[in-house]
Ligand binder design. Sequence first.
Ligand SMILES: [Zn+2]
Ligand SMILES: [Zn+2]
Length: 50
Amino acid sequence: MNCKRCHHTDEVHIPDEKSDFMIKLGECKIPTCTCNQFINPIEEIDEDLL
Ligand SMILES: [Zn+2]
Ligand SMILES: [Zn+2]
């Protein structure tokens, strides 16, 4: 599964218990990446139904 924001995998995102999102993953560990919250690409599918 890849982050919708930065397209890196969930495995390189640091677990974040304080996250409000369903998937409790925070910062991306890739040095050049500025992503600070894993975004589940699957969650975005709901918007297509609106
Ligand atoms: Zn990233
Ligand atoms: Zn990311």
